[in-house]
Design a protein around this ligand. Structure first.
Ligand SMILES: NC(=O)c1ccc[n+]([C@@H]2O[C@H](COP(=O)([O-])OP(=O)(O)OC[C@H]3O[C@@H](n4cnc5c(N)ncnc54)[C@H](OP(=O)(O)O)[C@@H]3O)[C@@H](O)[C@H]2O)c1
Length: 333
């Protein structure tokens, strides 16, 4: 068996830790593993029962690496990805930095895996985009899509490790009747709902909302109108999305259910009368995108409502990146 030399930038973060866990779980043929973060400070990460020392990315010599997962910040990707690529490394970037660069493929294997084939730098989309396009792709192929309106309910882990600590601390403060001092977000997130997930930008849409629009268009390769409202909710893991889609062709809801149930990466949970609906608790710790609450719009004949839930750290981040690399494994055979 051959070994692929892997580096993880951001190995101490939520996504980096999940990449380590899933590489092990999927028996990815890792040769040497290099764990990188801002600095080492005597830190280690656990992989295959061993403590791997964390190194500073500043002193990294990339030539011994085959593939690097970048799971740090957009700024870190801007600084270090060109250096790694120049040394022959294949980089899978989880940050937003290269996603809209026309020369960089933005890949979700269930939709456009072919786009990664000859690339040295491959961007993995935003977590909320990934789960939505996995659910929409079968509908796009079968019926064509006219427009999409999506409202998200996004977990705090989408903001990184610090946000999970914030939700825990704020929740304890509320329950213990102490004053809550917000930190990660401008207002408390515990027992609250924030109608934004990012900074406000053009036309009062947030960055996260523009990502849902622009990344979906790039992945589908068509100017599909996607209007988004991205909302942060006090959930630790798994993003939920209420998706409304208008199709080009007429559809039958039972046929849609069957189509989604037989499509890659999806699991249909759609028996509301029996209490079977997709929820974040069910989606956490698995790679499938859960879909349910399928129903025709009351007023628009080709309008369909769906509820889409997935683990943002797995399919929304680590698993998607690893699936991309798995499709490229012959490169290192
Ligand atoms: N969380 C999600 O659901 C999700 C989903 C899709 C994409 N992403 C993207 O994935 C990336 C990581 O997110 P996360 O949630 O894992 O964040 P996180 O928990 O805050 O972890 C960030 C990691 O990046 C490292 N890092 C930050 N800046 C760095 C720099 N300049 N040089 C070297 N290392 C640096 C940190 O190292 P230290 O320990 O030394 O600080 C840490 O290991 C982000 O770009 C994020 O947008 C996240």
């Amino acid at each position: 068996m051959y070994g692929v030399n892997v580096a993880i930038l951001g190995a101490t973060g939520l996504v980096g830790q999940k990449i380590l866990e899933i590489l092990e779980e999927r028996h990815f043929p890792v040769g040497n593993l290099t764990a990188l973060a801002t600095e080492g400070q005597g830190r280690t990460v656990r992989f295959r029962g061993e403590d791997i020392p964390v190194r500073s990315v500043d002193s990294m010599e990339w030539s011994s690496v085959d593939v690097a997962f970048f799971a740090a910040s957009a700024e870190a990707s801007r600084t270090y990805a060109p250096k790694a690529i120049a040394q022959g490394v294949t980089v899978i970037d989880k940050s937003s930095y290269f996603r809209m660069d026309p020369s960089v493929p933005l890949v979700v294997p269930e939709v456009n895996g072919y786009a990664a084939r000859d690339a040295r730098l491959i961007a993995s989309p935003n977590c909320s985009t990934i789960q939505m396009v996995v659910a929409l792709e079968p509908l796009r192929r079968q019926y064509g899509l006219k427009r999409v309106i999506v409202s998200t309910y996004q977990a705090v882990s989408g903001t990184g490790r610090e946000a999970m600590e914030t939700l825990t601390r704020e929740s304890r403060d509320v329950l213990d009747d102490r004053t809550v001092t917000p930190s990660t977000y401008p207002t408390p997130i515990a027992f609250n709902v924030l109608p934004y997930c990012d900074k406000f930008g053009e036309q009062d849409y947030t960055g996260e909302e523009w990502k849902l629009t622009r990344e979906t268009q790039k992945i589908f390769g068509e100017p599909l109108p996607v209007s988004a409202t991205a909302v942060r909710v006090p959930v630790f893991v798994s993003h939920a999305e209420s998706v409304y889609v208008e199709t080009e062709q007429l559809f039958d809801v039972a046929a849609v259910r069957n189509l989604l149930a037989s499509s890659p990466g999806l699991r249909v949970i759609d028996d509301p009368a029996g209490g079977e609906v997709p929820v974040p608790w069910e989606a956490a710790d698995q790679d499938l995108v859960l879909v349910g609450r399928l129903r025709r719009d009351l007023f628009v004949e080709n309008g369909l409502h769906l509820f889409v839930v997935a683990d943002n750290l797995r399919k929304g981040a680590a698993t998607n990146a690893i699936q991309i690399v798995e499709s490229l494994l012959p490169r290192w055979a």
